[in-house]
Design a protein. Structure first.
Length: 535
């Protein structure tokens, strides 16, 4: 099952990347960072950056190293796809295991597995190289192990759940909400069973320790290297700065709350029904296992809260955990039964008493139908520009003939698909010049696709190079032959060349003469100018 879903997501990723040239910017930027860490003129591990957590980039290191001989691996973001595909397939196996360990009927177990694994949002994020795949895998893995721990009281289950949450934090910051909720839940369940606060505290510490270690290690490393422990908020390349530069983020109020609710509903239309249904059945059965789903609820609440406060963009992917949540709740509508195989049952292990409440065919059939009915709703929502800013261009590459799209929308979607064509052409042109090391000075705030696409990354001087500021202050004296500039607007206001030389894009700031200008074919991508530096 794992290999079949991995192959499916890889095939989808290859089709999008190589067949249509449709890449996600965030995935490509992490590819570029990883490439800079290995193959730039100043290779060092800290070049992966400290704006985002490092796991997505670190997982790509072995394959990115091969791009020295096979540049297409990074040019088309294939190294990122090679990480997201098995990660999302791992999430599918965890959902399957949750249903199997609850002793659900085989047909229902496979039905839930297929609906989850073939959900269009799950397929897309298994195929596009983004961090969501790793995050979903680790959080669902943690949920499964917490469910097991509620029956086995096995410290191994608790340790694995803690490890999974710690790794989830290294994939996305949202894991802090999941880990905090899981810690409180485990401590509460432990105290209710033992009536000993020290036991509850110890169980909570076992679960929370890996996340705490990951947080402290990453913050300390960032502080030692950059002088800032939380670069995500303080850096000019961080999320807060990007929101300010791009004019993104909500203004709060009921509209932001309604948007978050709408995103959750289109991804899991029957979620409200299954939440209430599971709550009633869980109370009547005295079954604590569905409480583990609160870990996923916490992630959704965190996404809604950050959007309400204007701290994130209105992106559908931030609510992707609604999909594993509704799949797991569907499993919980069936009664638990059968024993858990475990390495070492704890002192407070409980028997999973066979419960006849809800047995029969009706409940699993209805639960599965609710899941299946939501899939087309999600698929349609993914093609909506208002509900799905990042995915609606899939209309142009997957179902271009479906629906009567206005010409303006069709052209916009085609421009999104072509987002990085211009940067690839610039990289190809510079590669043909046979330039020496460090001949082109640019910032990667917009230039990351060039670093990902070039066959000669060592010809660029970029901000991760430790002598970047020195070279920026006097390009000609350090052998720089060209400057690549973008307009000082939007995200371009944080471009290092614009900050150092405010008029460089307009007139070269007396550093060089204009060689050529390239109008970008991508949507919301900058016009590039190449300046030949004066001797």
């Amino acid at each position: 099952m794992f290999w079949v879903f991995t192959a499916l997501y890889l095939a989808a990723g290859l089709y999008l990347a190589l067949g249509e040239g449709y890449l996600q910017g965030d995935a490509l930027s992490r590819v570029a960072d990883t490439r800079a860490a290995l193959l730039s003129r100043d290779p060092h591990l800290a070049a992966i950056g400290f704006i985002f957590t490092p796991l997505t980039a670190l997982a790509q290191l072995p394959l990115v190293g091969l791009s020295e001989w096979f540049p297409a691996l990074t040019r088309w973001s294939l190294t990122a796809v090679a990480v997201s595909a098995p990660a999302m397939a791992g999430a599918v196996t965890q959902v399957h295991a949750i249903a199997r360990e609850r002793a659900c009927p085989s047909w229902f177990t496979w039905g839930v597995t297929l609906v989850f694994g073939l959900h269009p949002m799950i397929v897309y994020y298994g195929a596009n190289g983004m961090s969501e795949a790793l995050f979903v895998f680790f959080v669902v893995w943690a949920v499964r192990r917490i469910i097991r721990w509620m029956s086995t009281d096995d410290v191994h289950d608790l340790m694995v759940a803690g490890f999974a949450l710690g790794m989830a934090y290294l994939a996305r910051y949202d894991a802090l909400a999941a880990s905090g909720t899981a810690t409180l839940l485990v401590a509460a369940v432990s105290y209710r069973r033992s009536r000993r606060p020290e036991v509850a505290i110890l169980d909570g510490v076992v679960l929370a320790a890996p996340t705490a270690l990951a947080f402290l290690a990453w913050a300390a490393t960032s502080w030692l290297v950059t002088g800032s422990a939380l670069a995500q908020f303080s850096s000019r390349y961080g999320n807060a700065a990007i929101l300010e530069q791009s004019g993104g983020g909500s203004t709060g109020g009921l509209s932001a709350m309604a948007f978050s609710l709408a995103e959750i509903v289109v991804l899991a239309p029957a979620l409200g029904v299954l939440v209430m249904w599971c709550a009633v059945l869980s109370a009547r059965r005295r079954d604590p296992e569905p409480l583990a789903a609160l870990v996923l609820v916490a992630v959704l609440a965190f996404s809604a809260l950050t959007h309400l406060r204007g701290m994130t963009f209105p992106f559908l992917r931030f609510y992707i955990c609604a999909i594993p949540l509704i799949a797991i709740l569907a499993v919980f509508t069936l009664p638990r039964s059968g024993g858990m195989r475990t390495r070492r049952p704890g002192a407070r292990a409980v028997d999973r008493i066979r419960d006849d409440l809800g047995r029969g065919v009706a409940i699993p059939v209805v639960a599965l139908l609710l899941l299946v009915a939501g899939v087309p709703v999600s698929g349609i929502a993914m093609l909506s520009p208002s509900l799905s800013q990042e995915q609606h261009a899939l209309h142009a590459v997957v179902v271009p003939e479906l629906g009567d799209r206005p010409a303006e929308l069709r052209l916009e979607q085609e421009a999104i698909v072509a987002s990085f064509d211009t940067e690839r052409r610039i990289a190809d042109y510079l590669d043909t010049l046979g330039l020496p090391e460090g001949a082109v000075l640019m910032d990667t705030v917009h230039g990351f696709p060039i670093i990902a696409s070039t066959a000669r990354p060592e010809q660029f001087v970029i901000p991760s190079d430790r002598d970047f500021v020195e070279i920026l202050n006097d390009p000609a004296a350090h052998g720089v032959q060209f400057l690549l500039t973008v307009p000082a607007e939007g995200r371009g206001t944080s471009d290092a060349l614009n900050l150092r030389y405010p008029t460089v894009h307009e007139n070269g700031a007396q550093l060089g003469a204009l060689d050529f200008e390239v109008v970008n074919s991508g949507l919301d991508r900058p016009t590039w100018r190449l300046w030949r530096v004066f001797d």
